[in-house]
Design a protein around this ligand. Structure first.
Ligand code: HEC
Length: 154
């Protein structure tokens, strides 16, 4: 009886220990993982009050001074910075320096969290969602590399 209940306890313990791992193995989606994170960390400067990229590009300096980056407050707008017109921008800006040529983090990396731990965790979430963490621009991306983007919406 005793060994049986300890076996049960052990099974529960192991299942609980594996929970984060299985959670992580699940597909990352915009709705579940990115939107909440984006709302917490990016919306202040990339939300509805920010200009669309076309407008932003015309007046970069002015908007940057106003702490406004290009607007990214929807799935469609955000993925443009992953594999669209501004492909690789999310990766170049959020990278921690491990994938950049000069070893320096992208200038939006700091906004991923208040401390190293949180930034690391949130970068991992973006990486899981993007799939192919390449810093390449649109013109440099091969068809093969494009296939590597996951960027699931739901
Ligand atoms: C305090 C304001 C602020 C916050 C918070 C912020 N950004 Fe930015 N972001 C800017 C500004 C201003 C620019 C434009 C100037 C520049 O390129 O550095 C910018 C530029 C960018 C670009 C480059 C866009 C392009 O022109 O290709 C990306 C990508 C980006 N931000 C992503 C993010 C993400 C993702 C977050 C959240 C983790 C975030 N930013 C948080 C202000 C902010």
């Amino acid at each position: 009886m005793k060994s049986r209940s300890s076996a049960v306890a052990w099974t529960i313990f192991v299942s609980l220990a594996l929970l984060p791992a299985t959670g992580f193995a699940q597909k990352a989606t915009y709705a579940k993982d990115i939107e909440p994170l984006w709302k917490a960390k990016c919306i202040a400067c990339h939300g509805a009050a920010a200009p669309l990229i076309e407008e932003f590009d015309k007046n970069k300096e002015k908007y940057t001074k106003e702490m406004k980056g290009p607007r990214m407050d929807s799935y469609k707008l955000l993925v443009d910075f992953v594999n669209g017109g501004d492909a690789g921008a999310i990766m170049r800006r959020l990278d921690d320096g491990k994938s950049t040529k000069d070893g320096k983090p992208g200038n939006m990396h700091q906004f991923l969290g208040a401390g190293d731990e949180e930034r690391k965790k949130n970068l991992q979430t973006f990486k899981a969602w993007v799939g192919n963490w390449t810093l390449k621009r649109k013109a440099e991306l091969t068809a093969e590399e494009r296939k590597g983007f996951l960027i699931a919406e739901k």
